[in-house]
Design a protein around this ligand. Structure first.
Ligand code: CUA
Length: 328
């Protein structure tokens, strides 16, 4: 108890956030705090009001000698009904407006903010793995203050949730699909990463940290240090591409084989056999591996077999396809 109070006091002294909150280290933290504070104080106000009125009424209308029956009360008052419907309505509409604005800011990052650092995150029981651009994989996340970040999350087993209190952000990692998280860290420092979805025995110990570098140079220095090129996600993707026999039907140099070439395919819109089109992204890649016949690119035969891959291998293939798009 005393230790916790001291820790809180220390946090407050060390330039933490307002009140007892942790520091605000992302572009959306202030908006989240505003929504939280509004809902908290509205709830606190009504909690006090209701408890006080309950006590007053209990005392005032208690059963006394000579007053055994309830007093007669008016059965209806339209003004009162309008009032107690109108006030909560306005309050919840303000909550809706504030939180929707904050949520939209979370989902749609500022387009003028520059290219994001894209990090591929793989969660498993009970650890995190972060594959950074340039090939460096690490059990902790590294970002740059002021530079947008985009995380692509996958899970190898059950649902996990990546949570950084200082960012006021949380995103689930769900087996069988990809989820995304976009934000801009604003304050250099090191913050804890927690798993916020109960995932079994060591859920509470599924900890890591995010290091927000003060500038790009500091990040680059870290990202260069001790990188084993053959351990990078792109290299793993290239190996999977060879070992699983993908190269039999898909070229990487633009030439046409049984299936579409993978060169320049990433994030492109492809026309589909049977009409419509599809954006070639992580989701389409996953679908094409699991259920190849679901959406076939126009002009190609539906002959691809399903390919069983581990979650990180799918992440690796995505990184490999992306590297083919970025290559000249
Ligand atoms: Cu992973 Cu809880």
């Amino acid at each position: 108890m005393i230790g916790r109070a001291l820790a809180l006091a220390h946090g407050a002294l060390a330039g933490a956030g307002p009140g007892l909150m942790p520091a605000r280290a992302s572009s959306v933290a202030e908006g989240v705090d505003r929504v939280f504070a509004f809902i908290f104080w509205v709830s606190a106000f009504f909690f006090v009001l209701i408890v006080v009125l309950t006590v007053v009424f209990v005392v005032r209308y208690r059963r006394r000698p000579g007053r055994l029956d309830p007093e007669t009360t008016p059965s209806h008052d339209t003004r009162l009904e309008l009032l107690w419907t109108g006030i909560p309505l306005v309050l919840v509409l303000v909550m809706f407006g504030l939180s929707t604005r904050t949520y939209v800011a979370m989902m749609r990052p500022d387009p003028g903010a520059g290219a994001p650092i894209e990090v591929r995150v793989t969660a498993r029981r009970w650890s995190w793995w972060f594959d950074h651009p340039g090939g460096k994989g690490a059990p902790e996340l590294h970002l740059v203050a002021g530079r947008p970040a985009e995380l692509v999350l996958a899970s190898a087993d059950v649902i996990h949730s990546l949570y950084v209190a200082e960012f006021r952000l949380k995103q689930d990692a769900v087996p069988g699909r990809f989820t995304r998280m976009s934000f801009t860290p604003t304050l250099a420092g090191t913050y804890p990463i927690l798993c916020a979805e109960f995932c079994g025995t060591d859920h509470s110990r599924m900890l890591s940290q995010v290091v927000v570098h003060p500038d790009q140079r500091s990040f680059d220095a870290w990202a260069r240090e001790g990188v084993a090129p053959e351990a990078s996600l792109v290299a793993l993707g290239a190996r999977v591409f060879q070992q699983k026999g993908c190269a039999g039907c898909h070229s990487v140099d633009g030439s046409r084989r049984i299936g579409p070439t993978l060169k320049g395919l990433w994030r492109r819109r492809e026309r589909l056999a049977g009409g419509g089109d599809v954006l070639v992204d992580e989701e389409y890649l996953r679908e094409s591996l699991v259920k190849p016949a679901a959406r076939i690119v126009a002009g190609f035969p539906p002959v691809m077999p399903a390919v069983a891959l581990e979650e990180r291998e799918i992440q690796a293939l995505a990184a490999f396809l992306q590297s083919l798009a970025e290559a000249p």
